[in-house]
Design a protein around this ligand. Structure first.
Ligand code: HSE
Length: 448
């Protein structure tokens, strides 16, 4: 940048208000400061955080806040007449929603990393933003630093997207990886994820799939052009996955991953988060630790895979700052011609229904504890056969020295979930089967 341009860029710098100075807020301040010139060259103007709100001003921070006016009142930042863009990093959908709606009402652009807010209230927020001609950018809400929103919304805009599947919660993936590789306990790994700043404020959001469902809801809307429908998402967590299941899956050539899956079918759209067996040879099966990855199948491009850090201060800041640059670039362009929030024009969204889980078709891994005597396996396979369920593989593990029960593990071909539910309840009713049947859904994630 030439000296004159540089001076002009600083004088003209866009003033930004930051709500939340935690992990991602601190990372955003650091990235913006470190890459100030590069960012101004890209955006065409400088970008400077002039105001920030934090709950506790005396808390130690990962960033230097010199030159930023600090307050504990986030609404004061929104209301400050100097501020043109608001970055919302508070999280949740209470106060954060009020702040975002107030910013939009004042004609301010918003950048947010808040997946719960967008998944639950995005339709209302985007309508208000459309009305006011302002942008609401949310790349950081899904898969942290991976530019997956931009990839689907813009890079794949020529495709009819068929399905997508993602590891979109780093904490859950970290737990499954450590359980598999090091035999560590669930709680112990979760604690480490919390210390590293990856876990949600309420970690059940991570382990029960709610955080992933927020992100999947957003991805599905952008992929298929649907209004956001978080309440229709099916979620099942990883807390019931045992070391045994992880080992049996490996023995059969599979890995267990906590996947968010959305698929377009003739009957509607699948929207589901659950532990899933996937062939170990798939690249996505080898995404370990806190890393995220999203596999997207487009009719023209085929399968594409996006991989990177799904959480953390600077990876998430990378997405926040990219959104800021986008907002600054379009400050002077025609508001009618911006990239639509949900990729499709607001009046062109589809009314394709989200399918109930009963109507989803998938293959299954089943594990059950059975009496070790003749006829037991025959009873189980008869029930499956009567329900139209075909078996792909079966292994029986002899009883451990301290037990008289054998483990039966089966892989099935695809079947409707409601048929499998019926078969499982019939199997559980057998005298020879003890406890609940463990069921983990299975996806081949191949190019069909
Ligand atoms: N708790 C989330 C995760 C943070 O573990 O992926 C990023 O959204």
């Amino acid at each position: 940048m030439r000296i004159n341009d540089e001076r002009k860029s600083i004088v003209d710098a866009v003033k930004v208000g930051l709500l939340g100075l935690g992990t991602v807020g601190g990372g955003t301040v650091n990235v913006l400061k470190r890459n100030v010139e590069e960012i101004a060259r890209r955006a065409g103007r400088g970008i400077v955080i002039t105001h920030a709100a934090a709950r506790d001003l005396n808390k130690p921070r990962i960033c230097d806040t010199d030159g930023i006016t600090l307050t504990t009142d986030p609404m004061a930042v929104v209301n400050d007449s100097e501020v043109e863009i608001i970055i919302e990093l508070i999280g949740g959908d209470g106060l954060a929603k009020d702040l975002v709606m107030a910013a939009i009402a004042q004609g301010k652009h918003v950048v947010t990393a808040n997946k719960a807010l967008i998944a639950k209230h995005g339709n209302e927020i985007f309508a208000a933003a459309q009305d006011k001609g302002v942008m609401v950018a949310f790349e950081a809400a899904v898969a942290g630093g991976i530019p997956i929103i931009k990839a689907i919304r813009e890079g794949l805009a020529g495709n009819k997207i068929q399905w997508l599947a993602g590891i979109i919660n780093g904490t859950g993936n970290f737990i499954l990886t450590e359980m598999r590789d090091k035999g560590r306990d669930f709680d112990d790994v979760l604690k480490e994820a919390q210390e590293l700043g990856y876990a949600e404020a309420d970690p059940t959001f991570d382990v029960e799939g709610i955080d992933a469902a927020h992100k999947l809801t957003i991805l599905a809307s952008i992929a298929f052009g649907l209004p956001l429908q978080f309440e229709a998402a099916f979620t099942e967590g990883i807390s019931k996955i045992t070391r045994e299941d992880v080992n049996f899956a490996e023995e059969l050539g599979y890995r267990i991953k906590h996947l968010g899956i959305s698929r377009r079918t003739d009957r509607g759209v699948e929207l589901r988060v659950h532990p899933t067996l996937i062939p170990e040879r798939r690249l996505i099966a080898n995404v370990d630790g806190v890393m995220n990855a999203v596999l997207v199948m487009g009719d023209a491009v085929g399968p594409t895979l996006y991989y990177g850090a799904g959480a953390g201060d600077e990876p998430t800041a990378s997405a926040v700052v990219a959104d800021l640059v986008d907002v600054v670039r379009v400050l002077t362009t025609d508001p009618e011609n911006r990239v639509p929030h949900l990729a499709f024009q607001p009046d062109a969204l589809s009314d394709l229904p989200i399918l109930s889980m009963d109507e989803v078709e998938t293959a299954y891994y089943l594990r059950m504890q059975a009496d070790d005597r003749p006829g037991v396996l025959a009873d189980v396979t008869r029930i499956l056969g009567d329900s139209g369920i075909s078996i792909e593989a079966i292994i029986q593990k002899e009883p451990q020295p301290d037990s008289d029960k054998a483990s039966i593990i089966m892989l099935t071909h695809t079947v409707l979930e409601k048929q499998m539910n019926q078969a499982i309840s019939n199997i559980e009713a057998l005298d020879s089967i003890h406890g609940e049947v463990t069921r983990i859904r299975m996806e081949s994630l191949d190019a069909s």
